[in-house]
Design a protein around this ligand. Sequence first.
Ligand code: GLU
Length: 428
Amino acid sequence: MATTVAGLSSAEAGDATLRTALEQFHRAADHLKLPDKHREILTSFKTVYETEFPVELDDGSFRVFKGYRVHHNSARGPVKGGIRYAPMVSLGEVKALAMWMTWKCAVVDVPFGGAKGGVIVDPHSVSRAELQNLTRRFTSEIAPIIGPDRDIPAPDLGTNPQVMAWMMDTYSIQRGYTVPGVVTGKPVAIGGSEGRFEATGRGIMYVLAEHLRESGGLAGRRVAVHGFGNVGGVTAKLLTQGGAIVEYVCDRDIGLYRKGGLDTFSAYAHVQQGNALATWTGEAERVAPEDVLYADVDVLVPAALENTITAANASRVRAPLIIEGANGPLTTEADDILAERGVTVIPDILANAGGVTVSYFEWVQSRDFQRWREDDVNAQLQRYMVDAYRGVAGRCVVGADRCNLREAAQWIGIERVIEATELRGIFP
Ligand code: GLU
C-alpha cells in the first residue's frame, strides 16, 4: 500500500482528506443553521462504485487494479468531475474530491453536481499500451453509471487528454456511435474544447487578478508555485504573462528559485515535452521542493496535492496570500492557523474552478457538435470566474460575522444545492 509524505497509508490520508471536506461543510452548515435533513442529505453520497479489474500487461501476465467512481450529489444536474490515476488513490480521497466538485460547480454556477473517480496506479510505472488497456477496462466497468446526461468524467492528477480520448472511444464503441459528450478534456481534434487544457491555470490567473484589481493587479507580485503539472505549470506561465514575477516553482523532485523571476515559459515547455523539471537548464538556483511553500513572496499557489499545508507546517508559510490551485491543499487546522495570522486564502472551490467551467463549455459544444474559438472560450471563462469571485467576495463583507473567502464560497455552494433540492423535492 502506498504511503504519503507524512507517513500515512493512502487510506489514512484519504480519510484525513474526507475529514477536511466534512469539517468545512459542517462549519458552513452551522453558520447557515442548516436543518438536520439537509446535513444528512449533503453529507451522503448518491453512488459509490468500487471495482477491481484485471489488465493484461505487455509481458503477457496480468495485474488486478482497483478503481472508484463516486457521485456525491446530482441536485443541480448531471454529475461532473475528474478521474485520477495515482498510487495513493483511496475511497476517502475520492469521496472528498467528489463533494468538493459539488460545491465548486455550484460556486461557478455551471449546471452540474459533483463526482470524482480514480484508479490506484502509478501511471509512470506502466507502458502506454498498458495504460490504454487499463483505461478501456476501467471505462467499461464504470460505463453503467457514466454518460453525457448522467456523469461526465474529465482529467485530473495522472490523466490527460489522451486518456479521455480512450474513455470516449470505449464508451462510444459500446453504444455503437460517437458520444463526445461523455467526457471533457478530450483532445481538440475529437471534440475537445479550445482552451480546456489551460483552463484551470487560466481561471486561477483571472481570480487572482480580480482579487488584486483594486490594489494594483498582478504586475510585480512575487509568486511561488508549488507543483508543476497541468495546474501549477500553466498557472506559473500565465501569471508570468500577466506581469507577475514567479520566483519559485517545484515538482516533487526539485525546487527552483530565481530572484526577479524564472523563465516559466521555457520551464513549462521543457516539462511539456516529457522532460523532468530537474533537467531544465534555464537560469535558477536549486532549492528543496518544500522550501517553495515557505518562500518570502506575495502570493503562494499550492498546486500539487491535498493536505500539503497542515498544522505541522502552516506556521512556516510566509506569504500573506494563498490561492489554492490543488483541491484541498490546506487542512482545517492549517486554515485556522493562517486565518489567525491574517493570511488570506482564496479557496480551491472558487480558484481552480476554471477547469470544470471550460469542461461545461466543452460539454455544450460536444452535445451540439459546435466549435468555439479560443478567444471566445477564454472571454466566457473570465466572465464566469470574475462573477464567481465577486459573488464570494461580496458575500464576505455582508453582515458582521467573521468571514473568510472559503466560508463564503462554501455558503454559496451549499445554498445553491439546497435551493435545487427544495425545488425538485424528494422523490417519491
Ligand atoms: N479535475 C478537475 C477539477 O478538479 C476538473 C473536473 C472537470 O472538468 O470535470 O476541478
